[in-house]
Design a protein around this ligand. Structure first.
Ligand code: BG6
Length: 491
């Protein structure tokens, strides 16, 4: 019998974080305020209605900008990676990480967005982080924009709907590529680029009150999306030019949409839902807008303002690989009456009666990951990279230990699904970075107690604690998995 080939020998095992959720040091080293620094802790948020949670006004922003509070603005303290990075990277190395996905906080480099010169202290901080990673031969995988654009994007401009922002982003990208050209080979342009539709402020710095009407606001979100596509293509081109051999990926929030029933109308609904997401990766992979997106613009009367060169730029610099986050799946139905709604990653969907969910209602579906891998690979024939996956849970420290068997079970089942996709379905997969490998502040609820890490950080929702690191049971499990290159999963 032919022996099954497992994960490739150079498979990139590792973990992922984002600057705004892990670093802290919000006002240190010349860093300016970012949109994440004004995100408020709302422990009692209705997780089924996250759209309410994302709402923010200029008054809220002005109040936050005046305040130096870190309790109600938890992303200001994060897990204090700013001071703990050496210890944290040593722990990653102990687990055998081959890759560490992180982001560069744009506001550490250009604190006011439009600064004439980059902030040297900010650049030097990431030099130190990359040198530490190099010490252990861990490849950095850097996201250029992960929910942390400088706040000036919203206070001086109308977020990404303003064309000028492309120039500032390009300047940021040229600066970091030039500075880190010998240190970083793998890049992602925008984290979950599709999220601009769900939270326009956090992803794109757009505020409802900057626009006169709801329609103008909605159209501006699509205009901002266009600017991000052009900026992403330019960033890909810059990266390839400055760093020959570099690999640049797009990144989407992957959901698998199941028809709620086999009624053709539900199947169609699932297909249409999937297209809303694929619009983002199709554009970045094929370098042009898919016809169904143009049709939607036509139907909604959206007129994207383009400059003469935009189409050429988008076509000239497609991405090298497709990366995505995967936490759960969704159901689609034509008629949603009387169907229960389930919360999920910044968007809710119809409850799937066959799946269990975590404490925040996110449905757990490892098979959905295999389906996603097949769908994406068949669609794009490009290497894939799972850059976020994991279980948010409330961990308990008992006698100095965290026995997070539930997290191990979650990761094991998802890695098994990847293994099957690679070995049985012929999917080309570059790597896997579990989300929040070190506990960090949740993106959606801004809680610390929604933990994903293999490493526990002693800090509660209100920022109290020693910030000491503690290896969870999953730390040892993942270390062994990496040592075996995932082969132990197959047994
Ligand atoms: C992804 C984001 O959507 O989900 C991360 O890229 C985020 O930033 C992760 O942290 C998990 O979501 P949450 O809300 O549980 O932190």
């Amino acid at each position: 019998m032919l022996e099954k080939k497992g994960f490739p020998q150079d498979f990139l095992w590792g973990g992922a974080t984002a600057a705004n959720q892990i670093e802290g040091g919000w006002n240190l080293g010349g860093k300016g305020l970012s949109v994440a620094d004004v995100a408020k802790l709302k422990p009692d948020v209705d997780i089924k209605n996250m759209s309410e949670h994302w709402k923010i006004t200029l008054d809220d922003i002005r109040a936050a900008a005046k305040s130096s509070d870190t309790v109600y603005y938890p992303k200001r303290h994060g897990s204090d990676f700013y001071h703990h990075y050496k210890e944290d990277i040593a722990l990653m190395a102990e687990m055998g990480f081959k890759v560490y996905r992180m982001s560069i906080a744009w506001s550490r480099i250009f604190p006011n967005l439009d600064d004439e010169e980059p902030n040297e202290e900010g650049l030097a901080f990431y030099d130190k982080v990359f040198e530490e990673l190099q010490k252990y031969q861990i490849e950095p995988l850097v996201t250029m924009s992960h929910y942390e654009p400088p706040l000036a994007l919203a206070t001086k401009y109308k977020g990404w709907s303003d064309r000028k922002v492309i120039d500032y982003f390009v300047c940021f990208v040229e600066t970091i590529c030039e500075r880190y050209k010998d240190k970083v080979k793998y890049w992602i342009t925008f984290n979950e680029i599709d999220s601009i539709i769900r939270h326009p402020f956090m992803t794109g710095g757009l505020l409802r009150e900057q626009f006169d009407t709801e329609t103008e606001y909605e159209h501006s979100i699509y205009q901002a999306m266009h600017h991000q596509f052009v900026a992403s293509a330019l960033a890909t081109g810059i990266c390839h030019k400055i760093i020959p051999g570099s690999k640049v990926g797009c990144m989407i929030t992957k959901q698998t949409y199941y028809p709620y029933t086999c009624r053709p109308e539900d199947v169609l609904e699932a297909q249409l839902d999937a297209r809303k997401l694929y619009a983002f990766s199709d554009t970045q992979v094929f370098g042009e807008y898919p016809p169904y997106l143009l049709k939607m613009y036509e139907e909604k009367g959206i007129k994207i303002k383009k400059e003469a060169d935009d189409d050429r730029i988008m076509k000239a610099y497609p991405v090298d690989y497709v990366s995505f986050s995967y936490y759960s799946s969704s159901c689609s139905a034509k008629d949603k009456t009387n169907l229960s709604i389930n919360p999920g990653n910044t968007a809710s969907s119809i409850k799937n009666p066959y799946l269990k969910a975590n404490e925040w209602g996110w449905q757990i579906d490892p098979t959905g990951l295999r389906i996603s891998l097949i769908e994406l690979y068949d669609r794009y024939h490009k290497p894939l990279f799972v850059v976020e996956n994991g279980l948010g849970a409330k961990d308990e420290v008992l006698h100095g230990e965290v026995n997070d068997d539930y997290r191990i079970a979650y990761m094991k089942s998802h890695i098994q699904a990847m293994y099957d996709a690679v070995t049985c379905d012929g999917v080309e997969l570059m790597g896997y970075t579990c989300w929040g490998c070190i506990d960090l502040v949740s993106n959606s609820t801004n809680q610390m107690d929604k933990r994903y890490g293999l490493i526990y950080v002693d800090c509660d929702d209100f920022g109290n604690g020693s910030y000491k690191r503690l290896k969870k049971k999953s730390f040892y499990w993942y270390k062994e998995l990496i040592r075996c290159n995932g082969e132990n999963i197959a047994k």
